[in-house]
Design a protein. Structure first.
Length: 588
């Protein structure tokens, strides 16, 4: 059935400009500041001068001579991966809801059309899109992408879509929001494709039923094992392990970056607003997949990925290795995220089965904290409580390292040594087992009447359409934000804070912020000559042939690197954050 013939939830738009007298504020001894006007100027500048056909990357030098997503980007590219194109689009639509000003809606719509163009025929999105065409995109993958040592997802062009980093989910949510506003037929068609994509990509049958892979459809030529150099450093221990232990990680059931949770969120939004009751079944199957793949006690956690089918003598459902710096292991942060997902599933359904094994997961997390010695001897573990990876069977922490200077002479490996770990993928995580236990006990203590109330307000329960939350860019939305009658508290923003943002915007109409990372320009393939040093072990970048991003203030201690200040850039993330504060101010 076409979307236009379904009932849908429509967000009401309050013309705050009128109620706030143009959203002007005064400060002691200062002239009145036009907040709404500043918001409009910033939006117009970003839309008309910074975006490329409505699409965005992450950071721009002010003259637009160099632009970056997660890596250096061509001017003709847009980044779908947050905080890129969908993130900016959501913030524009939020500003429209806060002010009623059509300038924001037109900017959001233009960004939505950019995503429609970037949408792959299969219905999902890749991390990036190049408006100059596939030949230009392939050239980028063959040069800049192929030489990003630590960014394996960009080293090969597969031509398929990804669920990683919420790219497809965030884009699909913006398309849904734009469709609900004015039911434009282009957004209707794109939304239908996105829904079909999520359903088609979902595993069917067996232990993996209800889960999703990292990418879809599967690509026959995808890399199954990373290259291991012929010549190894003299100092490398003899017993290290390496490589992608379970082959092509893109085909496994993926929990990394909350892939399953993000897809459930999008489908529930469609259930709530479009009355798509046919989407309840895939949501329930996904929730059951997460519950089913919890491992047996005493290691009752989850990995980043799990085998979707038996392989190498290991059964389907077993934790799987992923990228070459993600060994086969249980992961503490994934387990914490999945426990929180189980809390949400209980609230959605009222079914105690989603809580039954939570104590086992908490007990496992409590069994494997970082030791005092590990914390004292590795400064990169500061503020962490648990190792990222825990070895299957032994319950020992597994740590990842690398040697060499670039992708052509270096590689990742893992062992039990807690020294010299990676800086770009933390060896430790902050796990709050006390908070998990408190929430578990609170949910277990709910009365039957309280559980029934949760069930009645759940988007899984049939009833009238539930409008989407008014704002998407102020904080990450939880599944409970989709409940009937859910409130959306606004972050407090004072008049002084709003005035400071307007002042910082100035007559230039954009904010400038020090960039968190820069990149080496592409110099061609790196030398395969073995490098026996350790300068790049715990740095975000290798030698000058590595195109991975790094902080210019703390480069490797090898020539020609020297510490430099961070350059000022126009940042999509800063724009979204600052506009969100002004949205909160004018809506408060």
């Amino acid at each position: 059935m076409p979307l236009s013939r379904r009932r849908f939830g429509q967000l009401a738009v309050t013309p705050v400009l009128a109620t706030l007298g143009g959203a002007r504020l005064g400060t002691a001894g200062a002239a009145t500041v036009d907040v709404a006007g500043a918001m409009r100027r910033a939006a117009v500048f970003l839309d008309q001068h910074v975006s490329y056909r409505g699409g965005y990357v992450w950071n721009y030098l002010p003259d637009l001579s160099v632009t970056w997503g997660e890596m250096e980007a061509k001017r003709t590219m847009c980044w779908v991966q947050p905080p890129g194109t969908p993130s900016v689009g959501h913030s524009m639509l939020d500003a429209y809801h806060a002010t009623g000003d059509e300038v924001f809606y037109r900017a959001a719509e233009r960004t939505g059309f950019a995503l429609v163009e970037a949408q792959l025929p299969v219905g999902g999105w890749n991390y990036v899109h190049d408006f100059a065409g596939e030949h230009s995109l392939r050239r980028w993958y063959d040069t800049i992408g192929a030489n990003g040592w630590r960014l394996e997802e960009f080293q090969h062009y597969y031509g398929n879509a990804t669920f990683d980093d919420a790219g497809t989910s965030t884009a699909a949510q913006l398309i849904l929001r734009l469709y609900l506003e004015r039911r434009h037929p282009r957004f209707e068609a794109a939304l239908e494709r996105a829904i079909r994509f999520v359903l088609k990509a979902q595993f069917r049958g067996g232990v993996a039923d209800g889960g999703w892979p990292q990418r879809f459809p599967a690509f026959a030529g995808s890399v199954s094992r990373m290259r291991w150099p012929d010549t190894l450093p003299s100092w490398l221990p003899a017993d290290v392990q390496h490589g992608m232990e379970d082959g092509d990680y893109t085909r496994h059931v993926t929990f990394n970056d909350d892939v399953l949770g993000e897809n459930i969120k999008f489908l529930l939004m469609c259930v709530s607003t479009l009355q798509r009751r046919d989407l309840v079944e895939p949501v329930v199957r996904a929730m059951e997949c997460l519950r089913r793949l919890q491992q047996p006690a005493p290691q009752a956690g989850w990995g980043l990925q799990h085998l979707s089918r038996s392989a190498g003598g290991r059964p389907a459902g077993a934790p799987a290795g992923a990228r070459s710096y993600e060994p086969r292991a249980l992961t503490t942060h994934t387990t914490q995220t999945n426990v929180r997902q189980l809390f949400a599933y209980f609230r959605l359904t009222g079914e105690a089965k989603y809580l039954d094994r939570v104590p086992e997961a908490i007990a496992w997390l409590e069994s494997c904290p970082l030791t005092a010695q590990q914390l004292a001897e590795n400064p990169l573990l500061a503020g962490r409580t648990h190792p990222t990876y825990v070895e299957l069977g032994t319950n020992r922490a597994r740590f990842v390292h690398r040697f060499g200077s670039n992708i052509d002479n270096g590689a990742y490996y893992f062992d039990h040594d807690h020294h010299d770990t990676l800086s770009h993928y933390s060896a430790g995580r902050a796990i709050d087992t006390a908070a998990l236990r408190t929430t578990y006990e609170q949910l277990r203590a709910l009365t039957p009447a309280e559980v029934a109330d949760l069930r009645a307000r759940s988007p899984l329960t049939p009833g009238t359409p539930i409008p989407l939350p008014r704002y998407f860019s102020l904080r990450d939305l939880e599944l409970t934000d989709l409940f009937r009658g859910a409130t959306q508290p606004l972050p407090p923003v004072t008049a002084a804070e709003a005035a400071a943002l307007v002042t910082d915007l100035g007559a230039k109409d954009h904010w400038l912020t020090p960039v968190d990372a820069v990149t080496n320009p592409y110099h061609g393939p790196g030398p395969a000559t073995p490098y026996d040093g350790r300068a790049y072990m715990s740095k975000n970048v290798g030698d000058v042939y590595d195109t991975s991003p790094y902080d210019p203030r703390t480069p490797p201690a090898e020539p020609p690197y020297v510490p430099r200040e961070r350059p000022l850039v126009i940042s999509s993330a800063t724009y979204v954050a600052n506009l969100g504060k002004l949205v909160s101010y004018v809506s408060g």
